[in-house]
Design a protein around this ligand. Structure first.
Ligand code: KIV
Ligand code: ZN
Length: 391
């Protein structure tokens, strides 16, 4: 059975940049956009052109330099927004307008103070207006996660009637359980008339820590695009992390779902985004965190030294990390100490290791982590040092 391709829609420069204090200038955005293109993302959401003159310029400049990916601009279901986005995208090889409107009862009632019927009409109108500028129009049903499925299906039908090529089903508030989100996608696949004319897209927020799980459930149930950001940055608790969904699909080949991402660039682009935005990546972050391939307990270290796969499900080289690391702390065992000592030039016999290890434990109890120069000091102050020198 041939694999199905899942489109990766990166929104680091739009939803990701909504993190307070992380605003980027046009030059920084251009560098990130070019790296995203080299990474192999299918779509780059470059910004929200009507939101500010700076964002318009960024989308416009990105549209000029991106070689392979589709370049996308966000709009509300407002004519002026759509005209400005079309203008910003005019140099793009593959332009896409991403337009839409809130569909949950609370959005209809409190945000728009209108009726469901009016929202259906606006959904049709915004898509067909965007379609008069570009062929590729994505429609978002904001707060789809809390919109009842029957009504959501009618909204999708209106967007398809207007010419939408992609239907974005955002769990805007990060509320859904994976089973609910998966069922929503399945329902839409089975009940939206004309669904074969468009693909469904997952756009999940991480308020309950479920963004990645929800996106994966979405594609298992028939969605063909995932919207995500590098390092999972974004509004509030963030968006689905690109590196997580890509590696989940790669590490579970029996799902028969592929992406076009060159995973060897993942670590490098994670560092770039974190440095440019001044937003620190937590050390235990999956795939790209500083500790993602670091082993510190004696039992794990012994296993990894014997065979990396005992405690690692990903080869670090596959995501651009040079190698796994064996971290020396007071919880480390003899195998780890011998391994690190060998790396800095000492081949210890079993007897020598026993003596040096006792010295190491005293040292490690005083210090959180033992580095290479500490190893030299520990060995050189051990009673067996002369013996080591002569072996
Ligand atoms: O979370 C959301 O609903 C969004 C839309 C604007 C696509 O970001
Ligand atoms: Zn969002």
């Amino acid at each position: 059975m041939s694999n199905t391709n899942i489109q990766i829609f990166d929104t680091t420069l739009r939803d990701g940049e909504q993190v307070p204090g992380c605003k980027l200038n046009t030059e920084q955005k251009l560098v990130i956009a070019e790296r995203l293109d080299a990474l192999g993302v299918d779509v780059i959401e470059a910004g929200f052109p009507i939101s500010s003159p700076g964002d318009f310029t960024s989308v416009n400049e990105i549209a000029k330099v991106v070689k392979n990916a589709t370049v996308c601009g966000l709009t509300r279901a407002v004519k002026k927004d759509i005209e400005v986005a079309a203008e910003a995208l005019k140099s793009a090889k593959k332009p896409r307008i991403h337009t839409g409107i809130g569909t949950s009862d609370s959005h209809v009632k409190y945000k728009f103070k209108t009726t469901r019927e009016d929202i259906l009409q606006r959904a049709y109108e915004c898509v067909s207006y965007a379609k008069s500028f570009v062929d590729d129009v994505e429609f978002y049903a904001e707060d789809a996660g809390r919109t009842d499925n029957e009504y959501l299906a009618r909204v999708c039908e209106e967007a398809i009637r207007g010419g939408a090529t992609v239907l974005n089903i955002p769990d805007t508030t990060g509320y859904c359980l994976p089973s609910e989100y998966g069922a929503k996608i399945k329902y839409l696949m089975e009940n939206v008339k004309g669904i074969e004319k468009a693909i469904l897209s997952c756009h999940c927020h991480n308020d309950l820590g479920l963004a990645t799980a929800n996106s994966i459930e979405g594609v298992i149930n028939g969605a063909r695009q995932i919207e995500c950001t590098i390092n999972g940055i974004g509004e509030r608790a963030g968006n689905t992390a690109l590196e997580e969904v890509v590696m989940i699909l790669k590490q579970h080949p029996y799902l028969n779902l592929d992406t076009n991402i060159n995973t060897k660039h993942l670590y490098e682009i994670s560092q770039l985004v974190s440095d440019s935005m001044g937003i620190y990546t937590q050390p235990n972050k999956a795939i790209v965190g500083a500790n993602a391939f670091a082993h510190s307990s004696g039992i794990h270290q012994d296993g990894v030294i014997k065979n990396r796969e005992t405690y690692e499900i990903i080869d670090p080289k596959d995501v651009g990390v040079t190698e796994s690391s064996i971290v020396l702390t007071a919880r480390s065992g003899r195998a780890a100490l011998a391994y690190r000592a060998k790396n800095v030039g000492y081949e210890l016999t079993k007897l020598q290791l026993d003596v040096v290890y006792a010295n190491f434990l005293n040292f490690a109890d005083q210090k959180k982590e033992i580095n290479d120069s500490d190893i030299h000091q520990i060995i050189e102050t051990s009673s067996v040092y002369q013996q080591i020198l002569t072996t």
